[in-house]
Write a protein that binds this ligand. Structure first.
Ligand code: SF4
Ligand code: MG
Length: 329
């Protein structure tokens, strides 16, 4: 049986600059995958490529994207547009910019049912209210008559989710869906995504925060400077990261740490992808870097069943477990 979504060895370039390379992942129905990294790591580009929504200057230069066995890269614009409405959906960090400020929320959700399903105005309105109720918007019938600015940030994100799920897609990509929200609301939105996933939706959640991911996803791809540097199950990565960057992300995540531990940001900044560092791109920031890290680029390799790491010293990092972090603290 083919996978629902299968991305293999994806590369995305802006002119001569490879912003993403060698990225592979799969997602099944009812499964949730997280793509994690700092801004500029290529995590959003990887998922936009799946939807055929790359910025105009960017293009896929290598790799394969298969949706339910079909070659997505061979699809024409019209076919992709059709798929985006029916099977693939995306929500972004800032719902306000994605909503029309001058139309009521009920109208905007209803419009999807009118355009795509040919429903009457009244039927569409009823379906919009149902869609809003399903994502936990209280008093949906009355709220459907409100404008986007009349909703709180969390409720607005629910509206976006209602809109994205209205036509019952099979995959939802959530790009930093909770970044602008406070912790309580964030937890509610993540719970909502989790429920949908348990009901059979495939979910890709994109985040810079490994803690957010832990509560939502089963598997993770960690990206750095356009490459996947570690992948595996959330449980494995959490119990013992096999890449120093993952370890750093964990220490830097407000929600991945025990309350009594301090948040320790990773030293330095992500590299400029137009001139990435030699060898391992993480070496200037890596507390475990050694001579060879400056010259040899590590391959992403299997280090245990279901786990991959692109660190020369992955086994060592893995076996030393928490003591590595403790030794530094
Ligand atoms: Fe650090 Fe070297 Fe591993 Fe890169 S290869 S993450 S620099 S130890
Ligand atoms: Mg992004």
């Amino acid at each position: 049986m083919s996978r629902l979504l299968e991305v293999s060895d994806l590369a995305v370039a802006f002119g001569d600059v490879r912003a993403v390379r060698g990225v592979s992942f799969t997602v099944e129905a009812g499964e949730s995958l997280a793509i994690v990294g700092e801004s500029g790591s290529g995590k959003s580009l990887s998922s936009l490529a799946v939807l055929g929504l790359l910025p105009p200057q960017a293009r896929v230069v290598a790799g394969d994207i298969r949706w339910d066995g079909h070659d997505l890269l061979a699809c024409g614009d019209e076919e992709l547009r059709q798929l985006r409405g029916e099977e693939l959906a995306i929500i972004f960090q800032d719902p306000l910019s994605a909503l029309n400020p001058s139309l009521t929320v009920g109208y905007q959700i209803g419009e999807m049912f009118r355009r795509r399903r040919g429903l009457s105005r009244e039927e569409a309105r009823n379906r919009a209210v149902e869609a809003m109720a399903e994502v936990g918007i209280p008093d949906a019938a009355a709220r459907a008559g409100n404008y986007p600015h009349e909703f709180s940030g969390g409720m607005r994100q629910r509206v976006m989710i209602a809109m994205a799920l209205a036509l019952e897609p099979r995959l939802l990509i959530a790009d930093e869906p909770t970044t602008a929200l406070d912790v309580t609301v964030q937890a509610q939105i993540l719970r909502l995504l989790r429920q949908r996933q348990e009901a059979g939706l495939a979910v890709i959640i994109i985040s810079h925060d490994l803690g957010v991911v832990a509560r939502t996803a089963q598997s993770v791809v960690v990206m750095y400077a356009g490459r996947a540097v570690e992948s595996g199950t959330v449980a494995d990565l959490y119990s013992a990261p096999a890449h120093p960057y993952t370890r750093g992300l964990m220490a830097a995540s407000p929600s991945a740490r025990d309350a009594d531990r301090t948040i320790r940001p990773i030293d330095g900044y992500p590299p400029d992808i137009t001139s990435p560092p030699s060898g391992c791109a993480f070496h200037p920031r890596c507390p475990f870097a050694q001579g060879r890290c400056r010259t040899d680029e590590p391959e992403l390799r299997t280090i245990a069943p279901g786990r991959k790491s692109a660190c020369h010293f992955a086994e060592e990092v893995l076996s030393r477990g928490e003591s590595l972090g403790a030794a530094r603290a």
